[in-house]
Each structure stands twice: as structure tokens, then as C-alpha cells.
Design a protein around this ligand. Structure first.
Ligand code: G3P
Ligand code: MG
Length: 249
């Protein structure tokens, strides 16, 4: 496996300050800004199509109703995933994983694919997503970082594709996180950079793997996290973080 080289700034859900999150437009917005990696969330429709979408519920990002887990792909595809964000994005669709991967590859981006399973679908989501991803992802490109808050999904990813790196996502610090990260042979520890305390961050860093922090749109917070040893941040406005950090150095 090629060595994992993680950039300091990762576009969150694409570059979702500038385009509707988790759409092809958001991937292209990130690439246009010169971002090196993007993060995207993948889950399954009722009929097992892997799509790029964050919420369980369709309402916020499409104006539709109901749960992704209870919607077939053909119905989900009729929804508009751009209008809520702005008029210029009317007609944007929820992308399939395949479409999103192809856009990421075309734009020469690195990827953190977050497995965001609908409840009860932790194993299938990892298996279906990785089955698609391994068929599409170029053999000669560094593999995507596979992350999840679902340690069941990460265990499935490990069983299926041990050589692709895994990031263990932790929202709130809890005792025992280290045993889980060790069991999953985590390559990164991906934490909530807005709520982490200095003591908790020390503990994460002592694990010895790169610590990535979400979701950081304030350059001062990003700089503070970098100064403390954080390797990378996820940002909705990666260009703002980059510009401020370049100014400070
Ligand atoms: O992977 C970092 C971040 O995306 C995790 O939280 O809820 O934005 O998917 P969320
Ligand atoms: Mg995410």
C-alpha cells in the first residue's frame, strides 16, 4: 500500500461553504479551490445503492420527506439536492458513490470516504461501498482513507480490505477509545475539533497516529489545533483556513 500522505486541510463534504454538500458540484468546488483531499459521506438507499449523503432524513438537503433507508434510488434521484443551497445549483442530484468517485479521480483529489450507515445497515454499507470503491479506484493512486463513527462498519472494512487505511471517528471522548482504535488498526484518529479539551487532545495524540479534527472553519482554531499537534483539519471553507495559515507563516 502506498504511504498515506494526509494534507493539512481536507474539504468537508466537498467544499460545502460554496456548493451544496456532498454533491458533484461540491467536489468540483473543492478542486477549483486547489484542495488536495475531500471528505464525503456514503450510505445505502433502500435498494442498496451507495449514495453520497449525510443525513438519515431527506428533508434538509432536498426538501423531500422520509428516510434514505426507506427510499429507493429511482425516487431519491428525482429530488433536487441543490435548490436548498442556492438558485445556481437547482437541478443538482444526490450522487451515487460511483459518480462521486469518478469526479474525485478526474479531479485528481485524495479522498476520505466516511461510511455513514443508516441504523442497522452498518455491515452492508461498508461492504457495498468498498466493493464499488475497489472496482473504481485506480491501483496506482493512494487508497482512500475509510472512516466511520460506526466501529462495526470499520470492522467490516478491515475484514474486507485490510490494506486500505481506516480512520476511527470519535465525537465525544470516551474511555476505551484507544482499545477500539488499536483493534481496528486505525491509521488516523478523527476527532471533534470544536469540543476537544487540551487534555483529551493530548491523549489522542499519545496514540501515535495522525489526529484529524472536524469541522474547523475558524482559522485561529485551526492554527491552535495545528500548534498542539493535530495533523489535519476538515473544513467547509478550506481556502479560508489555507489563506490565514499561509499569512501567519
Ligand atoms: O469525517 C469528519 C466529519 O464529516 C464527521 O462528522 O457529521 O460531518 O459527517 P459529519
Ligand atoms: Mg462526514
Amino acid at each position: 500500500m502506498s504511504k498515506l500522505i494526509i494534507p493539512k486541510i481536507i474539504g468537508h463534504r466537498g467544499a460545502c461553504a460554496y456548493a451544496p454538500e456532498n454533491t458533484l458540484a461540491s467536489i468540483h468546488a473543492a478542486a477549483d479551490l486547489g484542495v488536495e483531499w475531500v471528505e464525503m459521506d456514503v450510505k445505502l438507499t433502500r435498494d442498496n445503492v451507495p449514495v453520497i449523503f449525510h443525513d438519515e432524513d431527506l428533508n434538509r438537503c432536498t426538501g423531500g420527506s422520509g428516510l434514505v433507508a426507506e427510499t429507493d434510488f429511482k425516487d431519491l434521484r428525482e429530488l433536487d439536492a441543490g435548490a436548498w443551497f442556492g438558485e445556481s445549483f437547482i437541478g443538482e442530484k444526490i450522487p451515487t458513490l460511483e459518480e462521486a468517485l469518478n469526479a474525485v479521480i478526474d479531479r485528481n483529489l485524495g479522498l476520505n470516504l466516511e461510511i455513514k450507515p443508516c441504523p442497522g445497515r452498518e455491515v452492508e454499507t461498508a461492504e457495498v461501498a468498498l466493493d464499488f470503491a475497489t472496482r473504481i479506484w485506480p491501483d496506482d493512486a493512494p487508497p482512500p482513507l475509510i472512516s466511520s463513527f460506526s466501529y462495526v462498519s470499520l470492522e467490516s472494512a478491515m475484514d474486507m480490505l485490510e490494506e486500505w487505511p481506516r480512520g476511527v471517528l470519535i465525537d465525544e471522548y470516551f474511555d476505551g477509545w484507544r482499545d477500539i482504535a488499536a483493534h481496528l488498526d486505525a491509521h488516523t484518529v478523527n476527532i471533534n475539533g470544536l469540543t476537544v479539551t487540551p487534555e483529551q487532545l493530548e491523549d489522542y495524540l499519545a496514540f501515535g497516529k495522525p489526529v484529524l479534527a472536524y469541522t474547523i472553519d475558524d482559522p485561529a482554531r485551526a492554527q491552535d489545533l495545528f500548534d498542539r499537534g493535530v495533523a489535519g483539519v476538515f473544513s467547509n471553507c478550506p481556502d479560508v483556513i489555507r489563506e490565514e495559515i499561509e499569512t501567519l507563516h
